[in-house]
Design a protein around this ligand. Structure first.
Ligand code: ADP
Length: 257
């Protein structure tokens, strides 16, 4: 428990740091991007125009990193009623431009009307991160499946330190047939800034984990090199149908996370 606490505190200070840094960086990067853009458009000398393109692209890339830092740092969440169908429709829409023709995408929703207490935007961000990772893991094409299911978790499902909340869970799975991960990558998956990509931020999965934890949920990964990867999110459903007392109790326990 003490270890957990230390980890949570480290997490929080990192989030604070990232949040503060992001705001300052954004204020620096926005004028840089504008300057690059202007230089690109108005420079008479082609060399200057190329310099403008470079400055603009760096600025843009920096802003992207800042926004992923911000989404990681954003702590306070608003609880609302999340509808499974709407959540996956939104994800589908967001992914439309990013799924290459070589990747077959399937979304399987067992019941679009299933609703639960949570935060739509955060969960959408999380599923988006996982889906984009999946797509990036399939440079030669493959299939991306998003599956949903109602499950109950056996006692031995939980590992030490995890809060055992009995009852039914909504399982959201993002499954790819990509390159998979070797054990040394799997081990470090949730470390801040851990990435194997040249343009990666290494914050995507950490932010996912944070979002799932703030929903009282759990995350599991399975991966085989050369075969693919499965990310499973388990969200507890006991707050379904708005039992006030129960959901407040859950919120209280989440605050301590
Ligand atoms: P980023 O995507 O910016 O690198 P993430 O935290 O989202 O940061 O992912 C960390 C690392 O985990 C990635 O760099 C990649 O090596 C690995 N990874 C994540 N998802 C997958 C996946 N679906 N298939 C293979 N590797 C993955």
């Amino acid at each position: 428990a003490e270890q957990e606490l230390i980890r949570a505190q480290r997490f929080e200070s990192l989030a604070l740091l990232a949040g503060g840094l992001s705001h300052d960086l954004r204020n620096l990067l926005q004028p840089l991007l504008l300057a690059g853009d202007t230089l690109e458009d108005y420079a008479d000398d082609p060399r200057l125009a190329r310099l403008g393109t470079l400055v603009r692209d760096c600025g843009r890339r920096g802003l992207e990193m800042v926004s992923s830092m911000l989404s990681f740092a954003r702590g306070a969440r608003r609880a609302e009623r999340v509808k499974l169908g709407a959540l996956l429709d939104a994800l589908n829409l967001l992914l439309q431009g990013s799924v290459p023709r070589t990747v077959r995408m399937e979304v399987d929703v067992f019941d679009p009307e299933v609703a639960f207490e949570g935060n739509h935007t955060e969960l959408q961000q999380c599923l988006l991160n996982l889906s984009l990772n999946a797509i990036q893991a399939m440079p030669d094409g493959g299939s991306l499946r998003i599956e949903t299911e109602l499950v109950s978790l056996p006692d031995d499902f939980f590992v030490e330190g995890e809060q055992q909340v009995p009852g039914r869970y909504l399982r959201l799975s993002v499954i790819d047939t990509g390159q998979g991960m070797p054990p040394e990558v799997l081990e470090r998956l949730f470390e801040p800034f851990f990435t194997t990509k040249s343009g990666g931020t290494g914050l995507g999965l950490l932010s996912c984990k944070r979002i799932v934890a703030s929903h009282g949920g759990l995350m599991r990964v399975r991966s085989t090199v050369g075969e693919g990867t499965q990310f499973h999110l388990y969200l507890p459903l006991q707050a379904l149908e708005g039992d006030q007392a129960e959901s407040q109790a859950m919120d209280a326990s989440l605050q301590g996370e």
